[in-house]
Design a protein around this ligand. Structure first.
Ligand SMILES: Nc1ncnc2c1ncn2[C@@H]1O[C@H](COP(=O)(O)OP(=O)(O)OP(=O)(O)O)[C@@H](O)[C@H]1O
Ligand SMILES: [Mg+2]
Ligand SMILES: [Zn+2]
Length: 329
């Protein structure tokens, strides 16, 4: 999977900022500790001098072994004294060192593995997050949370088919909360179906917000908008942009496609929807699809293979009730 230079440079920017902050904070802590416990500064100087002496002994050649052993004993003693001083003063024993966000690569983004330089997992995660921020920049995230979802808008009384909208929606709300709570990289995919104004967008945004807060990468897109962007990139030969979007949609931890069925459908958009969905499903990466279309309408609008995939893999949440927009107005 590839991302554009813009996504990489944004991710590197975040990484640099993390590293610089960790180093600057350590420097600040160090000065504070030096002023509180002057012996700490002296020990650090002695440790540095031990290293210099050791390097010199090695450089001079001859039998440096005995000398080195002595120096190493000295350093060990000094380190133990240093740690004890820090701990006694209520600091962490590593208080003088930078506290990196990723201790594995020390916020460099790469690590050496079997003599090869490889990308650290933290940087892969960061790339996904930065790519998602790009596509989420136009989404109404933050506007909807579980806390503002009210069940009182849904009639209590059972409808002709014996369903109490309030009871059904209460189950759906609980399902969505549990989904967000227990989310994993291979959580189930969901199909949220129902008429307009019943809270599909509200609940899917609530899930998105919870997961973003937990540090998952979530791409929230509206089908007409993202498919238009993809198609425009494709037909104006902006293949980097097209690939960037496709990578973002296929790699993020959770993809939410809102308003499926309201896009201007073409062969291109239909095959992209299928490819992205299928690619994720094959790797058990979850997708949430929201739509007003009935199953029959989905079958008419999309290919048989797409609809049967969706029906076969998604947990189905059927929203019921009365349009909430006029009730709130
Ligand atoms: N249970 C609820 N409690 C409070 N506000 C709600 C609830 N359900 C929906 N809303 C609000 O009502 C409006 C419409 O809801 P929403 O956009 O989620 O509907 P929808 O099912 O996505 O509709 P559409 O199919 O037209 O996209 C939004 O402003 C949303 O925040
Ligand atoms: Mg909606
Ligand atoms: Zn790392």
């Amino acid at each position: 999977m590839s991302y554009s230079d813009a996504v990489y440079s944004k991710a590197y920017g975040v990484l640099d900022a993390r590293r610089n902050r960790a180093v600057a904070e350590a420097e600040e802590r160090k000065l504070k500790i030096y002023s509180e416990i002057p012996r700490v500064e002296a020990i650090e100087r002695e440790l540095a001098s031990c290293s210099v002496k050791a390097a010199r002994a090695v450089f001079a050649g001859g039998d440096a072994k005995e000398h080195l052993t002595l120096l190493s004993e000295q350093s060990k003693g000094l380190r133990a004294e240093l740690e004890a001083l820090l701990i006694n003063a209520g600091y962490d024993k590593k208080a003088l060192e930078p506290h990196f966000t990723c201790p594995v690569c020390e916020d460099r983004g790469t690590i050496e593995l079997n003599n090869k330089t490889v990308t650290c997992n933290c940087f892969k995660e960061l790339l996904k997050e930065c790519a998602c921020q790009e596509v989420n920049s136009l989404s109404p995230l933050n506007l909807s949370t579980f806390d503002t979802f009210e069940l009182s808008y849904y009639p209590e009384a059972e409808t002709a088919d014996g369903v109490s909208p309030r009871r059904r929606m209460s189950q759906i709300l609980n399902y969505c909360k549990a989904y967000a709570n227990n989310f994993k990289a291979d959580s189930k995919s969901l199909l949220m179906r129902g008429a307009t104004g019943l809270g599909k967008t509200h609940l899917s945004l609530s899930i998105a917000n919870e997961l973003l807060n937990k540090g998952f990468s979530v791409a929230y897109v509206s089908a007409p908008d993202i498919l238009f962007q993809l198609e425009r990139a494709h037909f104006s030969y902006e293949y980097d942009k097209e690939q960037d979007l496709i990578s973002t949609l296929t790699e993020c931890d959770l993809l939410i496609i809102d308003d499926l069925g309201t896009e201007f459908a073409t062969n291109y958009t239909n095959s992209q929807i299928y490819n992205i969905f299928n690619n994720r499903i094959l790797r058990t990466k979850p997708v949430i699809i929201n739509t007003n279309l009935t199953i029959k309408e989905l079958e008419n609008a999309y290919t048989q293979r797409f609809v049967s995939r969706v029906m076969g893999t998604c947990d189905k949440l059927d929203f019921v009730g009365r349009d909430i927009r006029p009730q709130k107005a």
